[in-house]
Unconditional design. Sequence first.
Length: 300
Amino acid sequence: MTVPPSIRLEAADLSARLPSLILAARNVAQTVRHGVHGRRKAGSGESFWQFRPFLSGEPASRVDWRRSARGEHAYVREREWESAHTVWIWFERSASMRFGSNLAPVTKIDRAAVIALGFADLSVRSGERAGLLGMTRPLANSGVIESFAEAIASSERLHGPSDAPLPPPAPIGARSLVLLVGDFLGEPAETERTLRAIAAEGAVGELVMIVDPIEETYPFSGHVEFHHPVGALRLRTQQAQSLRDAYLARLAAHREELRRLCARLGWGLSLHRTDASPAEALLALRMRLATPAAGAYRSA
C-alpha cells in the first residue's frame, strides 16, 4: 500500500475553519460547564491548596520540611489565593499538527484549537482571565473565544501559517497557569528550555499532547511510503511491519522523557487522541487543574 501525503499545505488554512471551530469550542465548553464547580487558586489565603515542587531562586523559608522529608525533593505548601488567576493558553499550529488520518474525524490542529478555545471560555466563566500566549492580553469577557479566533486569523493573514513547534517568549506573571496544547514531537531539549523559561517566572501548567490514532497504533504492513510533513523527505519500505517495534519504542521513550521533564518542573502531562471526545478531554483537564498533581502523566 502507499500512504498518501499526510499534510496538505494548500488546504491547511486555519482561518477558513475558525467559524466552525468557534462553534465547536462553545458547544464543548457549554457541555463541560455542567460538570465543573470552579477551581481554588494559590496565594496568601488561609486554606491549604496543594504542595508543589520548590523552584530554584525561591526563599528557603517557603519549603515545607515535613512534606519534603517524605521524598527526594523539596516542596512548598501553597494556600488558597484570594484573587483570580491569569491563564495563558497556546496551541501548536506547525505542519505536523495539520495531520489527520482516516482513523479520526479531525486533524490534530483542529482538535487542539477546540480544546484551547474551550478552556479559555471555561476559565473566564470561572472568574479568571485568559490570554493567548504571545498574541493577546489577558481577557475576562464572555467573548474570549471570538477574541482569540480574531487574533489567530489576523496572524494567519499577516504571517501565514505558523511553523513554531513551541510558544514564543512572552512575559508570564508568577502564579499564572499555562496550558500548552500540541503534539510536542520536537527535541525534548527544546521543550525543556521553553518550559524552564516559563517556570522561572513562577508559573505552573500542563502539556496536552495531541495524537492521531494512527500514530499510536501503527497499522502499516507491506509496501508503504512515508512522507515528512515538511519538504520532500520520504521513506519507502516493502516491510513496514518490521519497523513497528522500533517506532513504538522510540515513541514511548520520547513521551517518558517529556513526562520526567514535566515532573521535575511540577507540571502535568496528558495525552489526547483525536478519535476521543473533546468534551471528555476538556472536562478531565479542567478537573485535574482544579486539584493539580505535580508531574502526573494522564490519558484523556
